[in-house]
Design a protein around this ligand. Structure first.
Ligand code: TXA
Ligand code: MG
Length: 316
């Protein structure tokens, strides 16, 4: 266990951004806001800096990290670009989409960043503070979600502090994340494949490509840990698709209904996605089981149900 350090909370000002960029350039860790969830960033070219992310999160070392870049030009310098990558990047970047592509020779990314894989997950986030930080730092920034490994992703600077205070150098406070779910991950190294549902609905990606995405074969080896069953785990026991509450349960609702907290009283999936992790954090702060109302499995609902299923899975 490394010595505790004081975690600085940085304001969303030019000074805060400059300080955050300087910490990244010096090999330190900065949690920063993106439109999906907060990321825990470090210089992806520095093996030591990236290793210190794994250390802060207690993350198993075989998990590859997503590298964050300010624009598609920066991405083209790191990976073998394809027509599909061009189509998806021009349709959805900046935004909640990660593309996995083969690394180019001379890429300079530390092997610990990719966990030794010959491919790289890349994303151009839309959040203005993430954009400003990436441009000012001038580095490809490796960033997993800014939560201890196996816990709920952070969608506010307070969540980051709850989970990682004394373990990272700083958090840049940009308010709540708008999308609230991690990015959708599409593998483009072979047949375009949905590797993780997320903040960009798979239907929108299929429409841009003009064909459906292949789904990852459930029997295939796990190359992305978001794919292991128990991953986004609150402390509380979760019961899904609940149509009634049992004694002692608190109800996380969806649509008009009496409940303890509602993901979206209006039944809006975008609002529900944005509220998901924050509401789970709030319910998890008190003891006792949580029942979750049924969520329709279309559009963003597919990603919400994916995260809920992992949160409810028996702990591995
Ligand atoms: O929205 C997001 O994607 C957030 C923000 C911070 O950008 N990041 C995020 O990172 O969710 P993380 O580390 O919690 O999840 C990244 C996922 C992992 O499941 C990882 O295995 C997968 O991306 N991944 C990264 N590189 C990959 C690669 N080369 N091949 C397959 N999967 C990869
Ligand atoms: Mg994560």
């Amino acid at each position: 266990m490394p010595d505790p350090i004081q975690t600085q909370r940085l304001e969303p000002t030019p000074e805060g951004i400059a300080r955050a960029a300087a910490i990244l350039q010096a090999g330190g860790r900065v949690a920063f806001p993106t439109e999906t969830v907060y990321g825990l960033g470090a210089d992806s070219a520095s093996g030591q800096a990236v290793a210190s992310i794994y250390e802060a999160k207690d993350r198993p070392a075989f998990n590859p990290l997503i590298v964050h870049l300010p624009d598609a030009d920066a991405a083209r310098r790191l990976v073998e670009w394809t027509n599909e990558a061009e189509t998806l990047a021009s349709a959805f970047w900046p935004g909640p989409l990660t593309l996995v592509l083969p690394l180019r020779p001379g890429h300079g990314i530390a092997s610990v960043t990719t966990a030794g894989l010959p491919t790289l997950g890349i994303r151009v986030p839309a959040h203005p503070l993430a954009q400003a930080l990436l441009r000012e730092a001038g580095l490809p920034v490796a960033a997993p979600s800014a939560n201890p490994s196996g816990r709920i992703s952070a969608t506010t600077a307070d969540h980051v502090m709850e989970g990682l205070s004394t373990r990272i150098e700083a958090v840049l406070d940009g308010g709540p994340s708008e999308v609230g779910l991690e990015s959708t991950i599409v593998g483009l190294a072979d047949t375009p494949t949905l590797l993780r549902p997320g903040g960009l609905p798979a239907e929108a990606i299929a429409a841009a490509l003009g064909h459906h995405l292949a789904r990852r074969n459930a029997a295939a080896p796990v190359t992305a840990p978001g794919q292991t069953a128990s991953h986004y785990a609150p402390d509380a026991v979760l019961r899904l698709n609940a149509t009634e509450t049992r004694p002692g349960e608190r109800l996380l609702g969806f649509g008009p209904m009496p409940c303890d907290l509602n993901l979206s009283p209006a039944g809006d999936l975008r609002e529900a996605a944005a509220n998901l992790f924050g509401h789970l954090h709030r319910l998890d702060a008190a003891p006792g089981p949580i029942a979750v109302a049924p969520i329709p499995d279309r559009g963003l609902g597919a990603a919400i149900n994916d995260r809920l299923a992992r949160a409810a899975a028996p702990r591995g």
